[in-house]
Design a protein around this ligand. Structure first.
Ligand SMILES: [Fe+2]
Length: 233
């Protein structure tokens, strides 16, 4: 049975990060108790067996027309801490549209909705752990955490991996976003190198002429180079 190391101190978000206001209400007041992993955590997971649709990984083709905004390609690999591919694993993605608005009932930002953009997708990695999405670059949006609070442009991801404790929910950011230093969500990760692992890299080889810019983002499930988890667990 594989042994999964605990995260390095500072590599994952702190449970209590007062600038990220909701952590004040939800962070435990007692320190966590580490328990040995159980068999049910080290096996599975089982996810729904509904087939992946043809356009599930292309968020620009899910409606009758083209969505507004900058078309981008987001691709990379899902690997473990030793660089071994994690094949045939489910990746789900959700995001705001180009104007910074989610197609969600409780998003009341005044930015416009896009009838041609839902902002949700999913795919499976191939046998080498590769994945690829086509989507629209999301806009920044306000979130009322503090005065003049804006989230940097980001894409939410959920991955399953080979077992329950490799489950990862995280956010991918874009290079050189001026909002990053003001974002308490990403800044709740103490280690600057770990924070940097959440920033995608512009990739000219992934970029397609006359079509779309490419951003590479690799996921590392658990271990010393693990992709930081969103918020807390
Ligand atoms: Fe978001």
């Amino acid at each position: 049975m594989k042994i999964y190391p605990r995260p390095e101190p500072g590599d994952q978000p702190t449970l209590l990060h007062p600038p990220y206001a909701s952590t004040v209400r939800r962070a435990p007041v007692e320190p966590p108790i580490l328990l040995p992993h159980t068999l049910s955590e080290l096996t599975g997971p089982v996810f729904g067996d509904s087939p992946i649709g043809e356009v599930d990984n292309d968020l620009t083709r899910q409606h009758a027309g083209d969505p507004i905004g900058e078309r981008i390609i987001v691709a990379g690999r899902v690997i473990d801490e030793d660089g071994h591919a994690i094949p045939h694993t489910l990746i789900e993605l959700w995001q705001a549209n180009a104007a910074g608005r989610y197609a969600h009932a409780v998003d009341n930002h005044t930015a416009p909705l896009d009838p041609n953009f839902t902002g949700a997708g999913r795919t499976l990695t191939d046998e080498h752990g590769n994945y690829r999405f086509v989507t629209i670059k999301p806009g920044a949006y306000p979130w009322r955490n503090h005065p003049n609070a804006w989230r940097p442009a980001h894409i939410h991801f959920s991955l399953f991996g080979p077992c329950f404790i490799t489950r990862l929910v995280t956010q991918m950011y874009f290079p050189h976003d001026p909002l990053m230093p003001y974002d308490p969500v990403s800044q709740s990760i103490p280690n600057a190198c770990a924070r940097e692992r959440l920033v995608s890299k512009f990739d000219i080889d992934l970029t397609e002429p006359e079509w779309a810019l490419g951003y590479r983002f690799d996921f590392v499930l658990r271990g010393r180079d693990a992709t930081p988890f969103e918020g807390q667990r």
